[in-house]
Design a protein around this ligand. Sequence first.
Ligand code: SF4
Ligand code: SF4
Length: 66
Amino acid sequence: MIIVVDKAECVGCEECLHVCPRETIFMEDEKAEIVQRTCDKCERCIPVCPVKAIKAVSIQLNESKI
Ligand code: SF4
Ligand code: SF4
């Protein structure tokens, strides 16, 4: 499972940046981006997003390579 930002939905409010304990979210072109290597999947960013752009998704890939 990984935590991802749906950039089509992100409105660039930066609320998620303020709650991330790992400081692993950054802004790119006014959209939030999560650095997977340092995200510990605490999911604190998910409920603070006003447009529900952050989602926990299951993936089939080997997560160690992300
Ligand atoms: S799940 Fe936790 S560590 Fe990962 S981006 Fe969200 S707040 Fe940060
Ligand atoms: S809280 Fe949601 S809308 Fe705001 S910057 Fe983060 S992902 Fe984008």
